[in-house]
Design a protein around this ligand. Structure first.
Ligand code: HEM
Length: 356
């Protein structure tokens, strides 16, 4: 075989196996830096996904825990108090709780699967061990404390999935000083499965715009909702490993500050929003415009396709807050499990399935 023929054969092979090679452990949907075999957009780039129908959220209702069969009037108050206490001690936990809801809903639907350490099948590698979550997610102890208090008041009634949703709503209200009030219907059931490798359904910090749109679309959310939900990066923290490769593309003053803070250490955490780090507000969009965001996945929102929404969110008072409320409501409807679904239950302890 001549060299030219060999090259041609290699190109054909890569065309067939490229998309496969770029899934799972190698690319992990934009979570791994310098993915050598994973050109930008490769994970879904070959076969862009059609948007799934918007999540219906059927089975959810407002005032669910005041209804017959699910009666637990103190449930929402208990969660609110637990979140208030935790965020008063550390506002970062509020950021963690909002992210917990996102990571729960995007993998197996909003079913509390992100909380499990012990499952039905006894697998050790649950979602908590997945690359996006390990040594990163926080706020589990708030959910556990709320669940313990709720179980003492009304055993076997309130799902862990609903507690995660209530906690994200309450953290959003607290961190926005009452400006973000997410309507949160309830009635989610908890799942009994959780797998680390399924966290590749979460978008990663190295993702490009097409990746992000496809990842959200696969969950029934629009590109506009993706832009809106990314605004949560106006609070909380991030590790240097996810952005230190792009100092050159950032605002030079911010890059210098971050470079000094990171000091070559991949695991150092910095605030995501250098301007108002503890307030859930629309500052993120001004940061996108000013190149003061951390991840590639944040910076790509500055592109032609999405800059209009970014600008509106940045300058029109209250626009982002209303859109965020609606987008969080829709995200909270993804893959809802109901009482009649096999493998659905109201967990007694959020980190393990009943009977384990
Ligand atoms: C659009 C795609 C997204 C990507 C690529 C992404 C990626 C990330 C990454 C890499 C971190 C830092 C993790 C670490 O360093 O340990 C982070 C933090 C965070 N993300 Fe996202 N995220 C996205 C969307 C969202 C959404 C939709 C929400 C919520 C609605 C969200 C909320 C947060 C929050 C609040 C933090 C800070 C958490 C803390 O301080 O504990 N993110 N995200």
């Amino acid at each position: 075989m001549t060299m030219a023929n060999k090259l041609a054969a290699l190109v054909v092979l890569l065309a067939f196996f490229g998309p496969v090679a770029c899934q799972g452990a190698i690319c992990f949907n934009g979570w791994l830096r310098l993915p050598r075999f994973c050109p930008r957009g490769s994970r879904h780039g070959f076969f862009p996904r059609q948007r799934r129908p918007a999540p219906s959220g059927s089975g959810l209702s407002y005032g669910h825990y005041l209804s017959r069969g699910s009666y637990c009037p103190p449930a929402e108050r208990i969660v609110r108090n637990a979140v208030k206490k935790a965020t008063a001690e550390n506002p970062g936990i509020g950021a963690g709780l909002i992210r917990l809801f996102f990571h729960d809903c995007f993998v197996r639907g909003c079913d509390g699967s992100v909380l499990l350490t012990t499952t039905n099948t006894g697998n050790a590698d649950t979602e908590r061990e997945g690359p996006p979550n390990k040594n990163s997610l926080r706020g589990f102890e708030v959910i556990d404390a709320a669940k313990a208090a709720i179980e003492a008041a009304c055993p076997g009634v309130v799902s862990c999935a609903d507690i995660v949703a209530f906690a994200a709503r309450d953290a959003s209200a607290i961190l926005s000083n009452g400006r973000v009030n997410i309507p949160t219907p309830a009635g989610r059931y908890d799942g009994r499965e959780s797998f680390a490798n399924e966290t590749d359904q979460l978008p990663g910090p190295f993702s490009n715009l097409t990746d992000l749109q496809n990842t959200f679309s696969a969950k029934g959310l629009t590109s506009d909702e993706m832009v809106t939900l990314s605004g949560a990066h106006t609070i909380g923290r991030a590790r240097c490993q996810f952005f230190s490769s792009r100092f050159a593309d950032m605002d030079p003053a911010l890059a210098a500050k971050l470079r000094a803070k990171c000091n070559g250490n991949d695991d150092t955490n910095v605030d995501q929003d250098d301007v108002t780090p503890y307030v859930l507000d629309s500052q993120y969009y001004r940061n996108v415009i000013d190149k003061k965001v951390l991840f590639n996945s944040d910076a790509v929102l500055n592109s032609t396709e999405t800059i209009m929404q970014v600008t509106q969110n940045a300058i029109r008072r209250g626009v982002w807050e209303r859109k965020f409320e609606r987008a969080m409501l829709n995200m909270g409807k993804i893959g809802i499990k109901s009482r009649t679904d096999s493998g659905a239950e109201i967990r007694r302890v959020c980190s393990r399935v009943n009977g384990a």
